[in-house]
Design a protein around this ligand. Structure first.
Ligand SMILES: C[S@@+](CC[C@H](N)C(=O)[O-])C[C@H]1O[C@@H](n2cnc3c(N)ncnc32)[C@H](O)[C@@H]1O
Length: 240
């Protein structure tokens, strides 16, 4: 049975498509094996595996990886449940991708330094570590601020789930996307929850400098365009 975490993850991340071309192009440039860090329920891992690449999906949340494995072709993706700041997979990769601001969830510069050291140690010579980041304060009209976006909804069994970004909050060094989540049961009861994802403020220049400190070299950035619902991102590329 799918976990509630996987249901929210699919609703809040699953329909994002603006970055797929970028990851396809990087995969075509570097081939495999590929490590997808913070892979969630496999939005990108499954797409790359369907293209024939050897993919390992790493995530902290075991229930998200379980959902990935149950998807059509899920068995073609190897999974690793680990903290990205402290992992040892005993193998190296030609491409390590960190999509959808995941590197901005690692707890600031200290957490990122731990992750960059672990990732650098898993890169083949000539390999690339590619990380999508964004400045949420640039988002004047998108999902994280400005006009209130539509709710994303789905039904699982007899329960309906609905989620909508309602506010952009700030605290030192972080921006929080606050969502209102509603779970409507078959008996008519509605459970309303508030959930906030705190995203570290991070510029491409800062991440590139941190990559150099971890022994990597800066390669040309790529860009992911903005959509009506999502802000655009820069993809910082660090080579070995
Ligand atoms: C924004 S979601 C992106 C999911 C997926 N990559 C996508 O683009 O659809 C961030 C993911 O990173 C995972 N994550 C957050 N912190 C992590 C950590 N320290 N180590 C491993 N995974 C982490 C979360 O569980 C979640 O699945």
């Amino acid at each position: 049975m799918i976990s509630e975490a996987a249901i929210w993850h699919d609703l809040e991340c699953g329909s994002y498509e603006a970055d797929l071309d970028c990851w396809r192009t990087l995969a075509s440039d570097h081939r495999g094996p590929i490590l997808d860090v913070g892979a969630g329920t496999g939005r990108i891992s499954l797409m790359l595996a369907a293209l024939g690449y050897e993919v390992t999906a790493l995530d902290l949340d075991r229930s998200l990886l379980a959902a990935l494995s149950e998807r059509p072709n899920g068995a073609t993706v190897e999974t690793a449940c680990a903290d990205a700041r402290d992992f040892d997979l005993q193998r190296n990769f030609a491409l390590i991708i960190v999509p959808m601001l995941t590197v901005q969830l690692f707890g600031g510069s200290e957490g990122r330094a731990q992750f960059l050291a672990a990732a650098a140690g898993h890169l083949l010579a000539g390999g690339c570590l590619a990380l999508a980041i964004a400045d949420l304060l640039d988002d004047e009209e998108g999902a994280a601020g400005g006009a209130v976006p539509e709710a994303d909804v789905c039904t699982v069994g007899e329960t309906s789930y609905s989620t909508r970004a309602v506010a952009l909050n700030q605290r030192e060094g972080q921006i929080g996307i606050e969502r209102r989540r509603e779970v409507a049961a078959a008996d008519g009861s509605v459970d309303v929850q508030s959930a906030t994802d705190w995203i570290d403020a991070l510029s491409p220049e800062q991440l590139e400098a941190e990559g150099v400190a971890a022994g990597l070299k800066v390669e040309p950035r790529r860009m992911i365009p903005a959509t009506d619902e999502y802000i655009g991102s820069a993809v910082v590329c660090l080579g070995r």
